[in-house]
Design a protein around this ligand. Structure first.
Ligand code: ATP
Length: 599
């Protein structure tokens, strides 16, 4: 079932709070509407020459009471209404975030990050503004306009009221038309400033490459173009603002002109008193802002309708990957893996990324996967983790189809080192102990040692407490890989998957990590993906993937004996290593292997 309008839901949930806020605000407006009456008394007193000191004191007291009344009720009413809309903002962002957490990886590949941010920031802001300014200004407009117009027409002069009010709907219309335009132009100004900032940032980061490629003039041209664009959008904004201000002042001026000319005639004719004339103009001044605000609120409501729809669309997106009905509560996952006749095609792809894969990986054994770029290695892992949904009855853990396991249990059972070693902008310690379960410091240190990154961490300014990204601290590719490995090692899960995670470390570190891994993985089922034969040669079974198919399988020795793709990869890598060593350039080893991988 689709979700109902988000704002309406929120409004009804907090209706009593909004009502209380509206009542308090209305009381403050009633106080405000006393001002014209007080001024009327004062002006009439002057006209009649009947003002005494006691009257002035009384008037001063009334003004004080009115001022205090406005201050107290307006402030509390405002706090009530504004607080509710901040709650809307908080609740909605939380709901969006919670929902996003449920959506699969594929969703994020189809979405632009900018769009998601726009929902979480701009759309939510628009709904908050409706809850804030929208509600506040509507209450103000309804109460002030209704009472002021009744007072003007019924107690002062009907036709004067009618004539004075005639131009004012124009004010609402202009505010409605210009608000959207001015907002749009303000956004353009922000964007232009953003572009300039990015240009300068990029210039600073790329200064070396700019200088070596002698691109200074081109950079200056681009900067000048964007700088001019910034001036242009600012000019447009200034034009719109000036036009809006002039037009609205013209309309307001017209109303005052009618009021003063016709009102003065009525005073001279004795149809209204001087006090009534003063009161009338004070009512008029109270009316201007609310009448203008109606236009702004209508505009805001229109934007809100669109924002509400966009947010609803996100919240109604059903997570394709979720716990299925009748999931099995398995007490203990042991780690026997079986893949039966697995073929898989990504939704956005026209061809199969995996074809008829059959594999058995008994508990505690290791499988290595090797193959060219795009041969389907990561896809297999994605399916095992259910980051994408495999077809039913194709992947089994301990004999259970993974669809019948709770997602949480499945993923808790697997320690995963992904290809892109993403680290969060928190401390190194938190990056390693990244698990709902808390870990003692000693375990974090142990994991770092096993992943061969302990020494590196010791050299960071605050050791394990060093915050990633702080004061420019960024880790090298190899360090990131090893922190990611430590993150996986600390988790005591029966299955470990390492997706090409030793590519950026040198062979000495690699063999050290592999040795520790062997100890750490005792009893655990492991899957290691790599382009380097040195990484995988000791695995219990090795498969070679090509265009989504298993084209060779066996142990290191049996595959060499077989003399197929594996053997030729091995020979090639050995030759390259020998050449690199001969040239006494050990660091080239990695470069050559990376180049190999690209090819
Ligand atoms: N999210 C996706 N949507 C559509 N196609 C995808 C997606 N991810 C991967 N593919 C395609 O599936 C095939 C297998 O990709 P996969 O990432 O599994 O290869 P790989 O062997 O892990 O490559 P690499 O060595 O670069 O990691 C490729 O043709 C790739 O373009």
């Amino acid at each position: 079932m689709g979700k109902g309008p988000v704002f309406r839901e929120h409004f009804f949930q907090y209706k009593w709070n909004y009502l209380l806020g509206a009542i308090l605000l209305s009381i403050s407006l009633l106080f405000q509407l006393l001002i014209p009456l007080l001024l009327e008394k004062f002006a009439d007193g002057i006209q009649e020459g009947s003002i005494e000191v006691s009257f002035l004191w009384e008037l001063a007291l009334w003004f004080t009471v009115v001022g205090i009344g406005i201050f107290i009720f307006r402030s509390i009413g405002r706090i009530y209404i504004f607080r509710m809309s901040r709650m809307l903002e908080r609740d909605l962002r939380k709901e969006l975030f919670q929902h996003w957490e449920k959506l699969p990886a594929e969703y994020y590949q189809k979405q632009k990050i900018g769009n998601l941010m726009a929902h979480a920031v701009n759309d939510v802001n628009i709904l908050r503004q409706i809850g804030m300014q929208g509600v506040f200004q509507m209450v103000e407009a309804v109460v002030l306009i209704t009472i002021a117009v009744i007072m003007m027409a019924a107690t002062i002069h009907f036709s004067l009221t009618l004539l004075v009010l005639l131009p004012l709907p124009g004010l609402t219309y202009i505010a409605y038309r210009f608000r959207a335009k001015i907002q749009w132009q303000s956004r353009k100004v922000q964007e232009a400033i953003g572009t300039l900032t990015s240009r300068v940032q990029e210039f600073c980061s790329g200064i070396q490459i700019i200088k070596t490629y002698v691109q200074e003039q081109e950079q200056l041209n681009k900067f000048t173009q964007e700088n001019d664009q910034n001036v242009e959008v600012n000019k447009q904004l200034i034009r719109s603002n000036s036009l809006f201000t002039s037009l609205s002042q013209g309309i307001v001026g017209l109303s005052y002109l009618v009021s003063i000319v016709y009102g003065s005639i009525l005073v001279m004719q004795g149809s209204i008193s001087l006090g009534e004339f003063v009161a009338f103009n004070t009512y008029l001044s109270l009316l201007i802002a609310p009448i203008e605000n109606i236009g702004k609120v209508i505009n805001l409501l229109q934007q809100g309708k669109a924002a509400d729809k966009r947010i609803r669309e996100v919240l109604s997106t059903e997570p394709e990957i979720r716990d299925e009905e009748g999931v099995l509560p398995i007490a203990d996952v042991k780690g026997n893996l079986q893949i039966r006749n697995l073929s898989f095609q990504y939704q956005s792809s026209t061809s199969f990324s995996l074809k008829k894969i059959n594999l058995t990986i008994p508990k505690g054994t290791s499988l290595a996967i090797i193959g060219k770029v795009g041969s389907g290695k990561s896809t297999l892992v994605n399916l095992l983790l259910r980051l994408y949904n495999p077809p039913k009855n194709t992947i089994f853990i301990d004999g259970h189809d993974i669809h019948s396991l709770r997602l949480k249990q499945l993923r808790t059972s697997i320690s995963y080192v992904p290809q892109d070693n993403f680290l969060f902008s928190s401390t190194i310690k938190e990056n390693i102990a990244f698990d709902p379960k808390p870990y003692e410091d000693i375990l974090v240190v142990q994991a770092a040692k096993h992943a061969s990154v302990y020494e590196d961490i010791q050299e960071f300014p605050s050791g394990f407490e060093t915050v990633m990204g702080e004061r420019g601290l960024s880790l090298s590719g190899g360090q990131r890989q090893r922190v990611s490995i430590a993150r996986a090692l600390i988790k005591p899960s029966p299955i470990v998957i390492i997706d090409d995670s030793l590519s950026a470390v040198d062979s000495k570190t690699e063999s050290f990590i592999l040795q520790t891994l062997q100890n750490e993985m005792k009893g655990r089922t492991s899957i290691i993906i790599s382009h380097r034969i040195s990484t995988i040669k000791d695995a219990d079974q090795i498969i070679v993937l090509d265009k989504g198919e298993i084209v060779e399988r066996g142990t290191h020795q049996s595959l060499l004996d077989h003399g197929g793709i594996y053997e030729s990869m091995y020979m090639q890598q050995m030759t390259e290593l020998k050449m690199a060593r001969k040239m006494n350039q050990p660091s080239n080893e990695r470069t050559i292997l990376m180049r190999r991988r690209r090819d």
